[in-house]
Design a protein around this ligand. Structure first.
Ligand code: SF4
Length: 103
């Protein structure tokens, strides 16, 4: 049986599907970044073991059937941080970021 990855794409050989490759890679060593207000969520698909904690606990934010699949604007920083902490293999990470400078 094929695996269903967090990004919602079936994989036969464990290799990433081309669909998520279309999301922008933001910095070396981190596959994907999703910026919220005062925080950033990163996702490294090679570490994702498809445990589904993210989309079972916060389905409005973690939406494997959509692109981008992480919608940080759909949840509070506190809720997202709590659910990211459930990710069993640290495929998801949460970092606070400094506030944007005011004009
Ligand atoms: S909780 Fe982490 S390991 Fe589980 S599906 Fe989500 S990103 Fe992947």
């Amino acid at each position: 049986m094929d695996e269903m990855a967090a990004d919602g794409n079936e994989r036969e050989d464990g290799s990433p599907d081309a669909e998520w490759r279309r999301e922008r890679r933001m910095r070396p060593g981190v596959e994907r970044e999703y910026h919220g207000d005062g925080f950033v969520v990163t996702w490294e698909p090679r570490l994702c073991i498809h445990a589904s904690e993210c989309f079972r606990n916060l389905p409005g934010v973690f939406r494997p059937w959509d692109r981008p699949w992480v919608r940080v604007e759909q949840g509070s920083a506190e809720d997202i941080e709590a659910v990211v902490a459930l990710c069993p293999d640290a495929a998801l990470k949460f970092e606070r970021t400094p506030p944007a400078p005011e004009d």
